[in-house]
Design a binder for this molecule. Structure first.
Ligand code: NAD
Ligand code: TDX
Length: 340
């Protein structure tokens, strides 16, 4: 099978390409990626000479390019490409509309034109909004959409377009809405790698608000195996929620856990201004477990240990991205201080 993966030089896309080719070595993957700040082509360097892998630098909003790629016998699109960072969506919402909404629409429209191309859309639990504090509720496939940030609003819009192309044009689609991922090849702008690299650099860990917000963390290869389950055994037209933990984890508990695993102490924690519209997430993965037999393999502890080892051993992979990420946060802080 010949597969188009979009956004394959990002965090989850690069893990997915490795995961898929290790299990399906006879398939061919074409990776279309614009190479934004979030991309790191080094993540796929080991595939450079693999005849079953091809990289194309380009924008998913470029209809002519997408059309040309699909003409070359693509049977499946696995769509990861997105602007993915909530804090950046507060800074520049329009970019999120362009890539996440218009880009997804462009892919759908081209897939429809070619007919019979299966479309798997990788989405997020953030489309459902926020779980109240002190609640044990979980998002599921029945939860109404209620996005809070420009990022989650753009992903929600993209989900609606994907479903509409199934209902209106019979495009064979599936959607997954997954909780927070963590693992190797993750940009250090995001909480867990930011924390790990700060500890390595011996600088303070900024925790938004009082650290009481909670997340449902899933190790990235568990997300890849869930996507594989949906692609190979999922029902066309259906949506599957994916989550990782039996219990949610507050940010402050997570920070303490990572400090403990890395031999740091709690004096490294620095509480900073909260993120506007700061959500809480927890996901029920009962449907994908019941219907497709999927379940996560890693616990939060086992996944964090692997991830910490990887960041300790791969500083050359993350150093430049960390400098760029911290410059972004500095700019955000300067802007907040100016508008105080
Ligand atoms: P990422 O930011 O690490 O990577 C995104 C990739 O998309 C980058 O390589 C970037 O260059 C590429 N890209 C961006 N705009 C593009 C464009 N216009 N055309 C082509 N390529 C473009 O993102 P990620 O964390 O790997 O997330 C991948 C997908 O999974 C996203 O759709 C995201 O919404 C979803 N998701 C992420 C998480 C998470 O915890 N990171 C959880 C659930 C769902
Ligand atoms: O420095 C920080 N301090 C802090 O307390 C950062 C960067 C984050 N946080 C908090 C905010 C969140 O409660 O940590 C939590 C995780 O933050 P992020 O890493 O920014 O992730 P989140 O906003 O939860 O979104 C992620 O998961 C869902 C991905 O970036 C999305 O793409 C995905 O859809």
């Amino acid at each position: 099978m010949k597969i188009l993966v979009t956004g394959g030089c990002g965090f989850i896309g690069s893990n997915f390409i490795h995961y898929w080719l290790s299990l399906h070595p006879d398939d061919t993957i074409v990776n279309l990626d614009k190479l934004t700040y979030a991309a790191n082509p080094q993540s796929l360097k080991d595939l450079e000479n693999n005849f079953h892998y091809q990289f194309i630098q380009g924008d998913i909003c470029d209809e002519n390019l997408v059309d040309k790629i699909l003409s070359d016998k693509i049977e499946l699109i696995v769509h990861f490409a997105a602007e993915s960072h909530v804090d950046r969506s507060i800074d520049d919402p329009l970019l999120f509309v362009k890539t996440n909404v218009l880009g997804t629409y462009t892919l759908l429209n081209c897939a429809k034109k070619h007919g019979n191309i299966r479309f798997h859309h990788v989405s997020t639990d953030e489309v459902f909004g926020s779980i109240p504090f002190n609640s044990s509720a979980q998002f599921s496939e029945q939860t109404p959409y209620d996005p809070s940030s420009p990022y989650s609003a753009s992903k929600a819009a993209s989900d609606h377009f994907v479903r509409s192309f199934h209902k209106t044009f019979a495009l064979p689609i599936t959607i997954t809405n997954c909780s927070n991922n963590y693992g190797p090849f993750m940009n250090p702008e995001k909480m867990i790698p930011r924390m790990i690299t700060n500890i390595i650099d011996n600088i303070k860990i900024p925790v938004y608000g009082r650290g009481e917000n909670f997340r449902d963390w899933l190790y990235v290869t568990d997300h890849c195996s869930a996507i594989e389950a949906v692609i190979t055994r999922g029902k066309i037209g259906d949506t599957y929620c994916i989550g990782g933990l039996k219990e949610t984890s507050t940010n402050i508990d997570l920070v303490k856990k990572v400090l403990n695993l890395m031999g740091g102490d709690e004096s490294m924690i620095e509480f900073v201004a909260d993120r506007p519209a700061h959500d809480n997430y927890a996901v029920s993965w009962e449907k994908i477990h019941r219907e497709l037999g999927w379940q996560p393999e890693e616990t939060l502890d086992s996944g964090l240990i692997k991830m910490i080892d990887w960041y300790r051993e791969n500083e050359s992979w993350w150093r430049e991205a960390k400098t760029e990420a911290e410059a972004f946060y500095q700019k955000l802080n300067d802007y907040k201080n100016l508008n105080k």
